[in-house]
Ligand binder design. Structure first.
Ligand SMILES: Nc1ncnc2c1ncn2[C@@H]1O[C@H](COP(=O)(O)OP(=O)(O)OP(=O)(O)O)[C@@H](O)[C@H]1O
Ligand SMILES: [Mg+2]
Length: 290
C-alpha cells in the first residue's frame, strides 16, 4: 500500500473528520440594481465565510455603496437576493439584522441626539437588556475612543467623531457580521491606526466587508479583495494574488482604467440586459432603523 493511504485498524485512531462546511456569513446571489436604463450594479455574486476580512474596492461611482445597501437591506435590488448569516435580508430582516452591524457612508442618523442618547436609543430598539446595554455602551465607547464627545449633539461633532459614533452604533449589539462603507473616511492618522488595530482584533471572530479607497489600508487588514468597476465585479480573490510588488496600486489603476478605456465615447456600458427590462425606481428604505 502506498504511503499516506494506510487506514489504521486501531479503534483509537479514527480518520480525521471531514472539515465542516464553512458557514457563509454574507451571500450575494445575482444582485443587480438598475435606475431606469442605468446599471448601478450588475449580477454580483459572492459568498464570504465566517471570520474573513474582505476589502471592497472600486473607483468613485463603481457601485460599492449601492451593493452594500442591497446587502444590508436598505435598498431593494432590481434582481437577486442577499443573506446575512443564512437569513434573507428582506424576507427575514429581523433575524438577519441581529447579526449585522452596518456603518453607512452617510454616518449616523439623528443629529440632535448626543452619542450617548443615540447608543441608548438603538440598544433599546434592539432589545438589549439594560445591564448588557450599559456594559456594551462602555465597551464601544472605549473601542471608538468616544469619551470626549459623549454629551455633545451629533450634528455638532467633527466628521471624524461622527464616524466614530457610527462605528460605535454598528458594534453595539456585538454582531457577527460588519459591513462598513468607508469607515476611515475623515479619521485622523491616529484614529486610522487605532481603527486598523480594531479591525485586526474584530476580524478574529467576525466577518467583515469594508469599502475603502485607501489601498494601504487594504494591505494592512484584508485577506481577500472584491474589486468592482462600472457596476461589475472584476476581481474576487486573495489580496496577495492581485498585488504587484506587494502593492495594489498598479493593478487597481490598470483594471479600472482598462475597462474605462473600453467604453468608447458615446458607448454606454452601463445599460441593463435587454431581456430584463427592469427599470425599478429607486426604493430607498433609509428611514428604517439601522
Ligand atoms: N438613486 C439613484 N438614482 C440614480 N443613480 C444612482 C442612485 N444612487 C446611485 N446611483 C448611481 O449609481 C452609481 C454607483 O453609485 P455608488 O454610490 O454605489 O458608488 P460608490 O462605488 O459607492 O462610489 P464612491 O466611491 O464615490 O462612494 C453612481 O453612478 C451613482 O450616481
Ligand atoms: Mg460609496
Amino acid at each position: 500500500m502506498e504511503q499516506g493511504t494506510a487506514v489504521s485498524t486501531d479503534p483509537e485512531v479514527q480518520p480525521a473528520p471531514a472539515p465542516a462546511q464553512p458557514v457563509m456569513m454574507i451571500e450575494a446571489h445575482g444582485l443587480s440594481k438598475y435606475y431606469g436604463p442605468f446599471v448601478a450594479v450588475e449580477d454580483a455574486s459572492f459568498t464570504i465565510p465566517q471570520g474573513q476580512v474582505v476589502a471592497f474596492l472600486g473607483p468613485n461611482g463603481a457601485g460599492k455603496t449601492t451593493l452594500m445597501r442591497m446587502l444590508t437591506g436598505f435598498l431593494a435590488p432590481s434582481a437577486g437576493r442577499a443573506t446575512i448569516a443564512g437569513f434573507d435580508i428582506r424576507e427575514q430582516r429581523i433575524e438577519a439584522s441581529k447579526r449585522l452591524g452596518y456603518l453607512p457612508e452617510s454616518g449616523p442618523l439623528y443629529p440632535d441626539m448626543t452619542p450617548l442618547e443615540l447608543l441608548r436609543f438603538f440598544g433599546e430598539a434592539r432589545g438589549l437588556p439594560p445591564a448588557i446595554l450599559t456594559r456594551r455602551i462602555d465597551e464601544v465607547v472605549e473601542i471608538c475612543a468616544l469619551e470626549q464627545a459623549l454629551e455633545k449633539p451629533i450634528g455638532k461633532l467633527s466628521r471624524g467623531y461622527k464616524q466614530r459614533v457610527g462605528l460605535a452604533q454598528a458594534l453595539l449589539h456585538d454582531p457577527d457580521v460588519l459591513i462598513m462603507d468607508e469607515p476611515t473616511a475623515g479619521l485622523d492618522p491616529n484614529q486610522i491606526r487605532q481603527f486598523r488595530d480594531n479591525i485586526t482584533r474584530l476580524g478574529r471572530t467576525k466577518t467583515l466587508l469594508i469599502s475603502t479607497h485607501i489601498l494601504q489600508e487594504v494591505e494592512a487588514v484584508a485577506d481577500r479583495v472584491l474589486l468592482i468597476h462600472a457596476g461589475r465585479l472584476l476581481y474576487d480573490g486573495p489580496r496577495v494574488d492581485l498585488e504587484e510588488n506587494g502593492s495594489l496600486e498598479e493593478p487597481f489603476y490598470r483594471l479600472t482604467r482598462e475597462l474605462a478605456a473600453d467604453a468608447a465615447p458615446g458607448t454606454d456600458t452601463r445599460t441593463p440586459p435587454a431581456a430584463s427590462g427592469d427599470a425599478t425606481p429607486p426604493d430607498d428604505a433609509d428611514a428604517t432603523a439601522r
